[in-house]
Design a protein around this ligand. Structure first.
Ligand code: GLP
Length: 251
């Protein structure tokens, strides 16, 4: 069952998330962590950078897997997940480049690229800890709402809403596709941490907390996962706490 913890603001949520992630890192130095990008986890990753300076041994052997990537962008584009994670995670946390794995955004053969990630995960997985953000339309990674979902790493057609994401706001011709882990690969993670922050996530969060499972709202599949924790801030929850008793917030 999903556990929900509500924090007063984005900073408090980020501190809690960083604490929770750091504890996992301290327990298992070779942990495989899968990381989302986007604005929600920025502060969490920054706080973990400070921890990495204090406890470098907890980060030195970590294995980091990129959750998703915009297809067709140069790897060096500031909007790519690659540039984001290099800048905010890999360098500040002191993770070795050979311990960082993810889709090449500029691959001309995206099917093969997805197959490469599928194979890598089949050999090196499952993910120990998966840190996710919530798309405004309920997507996870680039698993977009639809009548079906793909279980493994694949090239996904992006919705117009997703193409409007701030990460690619500087690009005039927006990516049409994303490369993403599939829902089965995400759900096979031992632990999942979903971060939800800000008023514009209120509707999708409410829908998620209703607990109805549908491929039209991919985040709802998290209800099937035994170890998912949602950390959210008050702005995302709204003034009244969620009513669903089975998903009652812990704080
Ligand atoms: C993006 C990314 C996701 C991210 C989500 C939320 O499209 N593909 O990995 O978690 O949308 O982003 P944000 O935190 O900026 O709202």
């Amino acid at each position: 069952m999903m556990k929900v913890k509500i924090w007063g603001n984005h900073e408090a949520m980020s501190m809690a998330a960083a604490g929770c992630i750091a504890r996992e890192f301290g327990r298992e130095p070779r942990l495989l962590v899968c990381l989302a990008t986007g604005s929600t986890p920025v502060r969490t990753y920054e706080l973990l950078g400070s921890r990495a300076r204090a406890f470098p041994a907890h980060f030195a052997q970590l294995r980091v897997l990129k959750l998703d990537e915009w297809a067709g962008l140069p790897m060096s584009d500031p909007g790519s997940s690659e540039a984001y994670l290099q800048h905010r995670v890999i360098r500040p946390w002191g993770v070795g480049q050979r311990h960082f794995v993810g889709f090449a955004s500029d691959s001309r053969r995206s099917q093969l690229e997805c197959q490469r990630i599928q194979n890598w995960l089949a050999r090196n997985g499952p993910i120990d800890l998966c840190v996710l953000g919530l798309g405004r339309n309920g997507h996870l990674g680039f698993n977009e709402p639809g009548s079906t979902l793909c279980p493994v790493a694949h090239r996904a057609r992006l919705s117009e809403q997703t193409r409007g994401h701030p990460m690619v706001s500087h690009i005039s011709v927006k990516p049409k596709y994303g490369l993403t882990l599939g829902m089965a690969e995400i759900l096979q993670a031992t632990r999942i941490l979903l971060l939800v922050s800000g008023e514009d996530k209120r509707k999708p969060l409410q829908r998620l907390l209703r607990g109805e499972i549908t491929t039209e709202f991919p985040a709802s599949l998290l209800c099937l996962h035994p170890q998912t924790m949602i950390l959210c801030d008050r702005a995302a929850v709204g003034p009244r706490p969620a009513q669903n008793k089975s998903l009652r917030p812990l704080t």
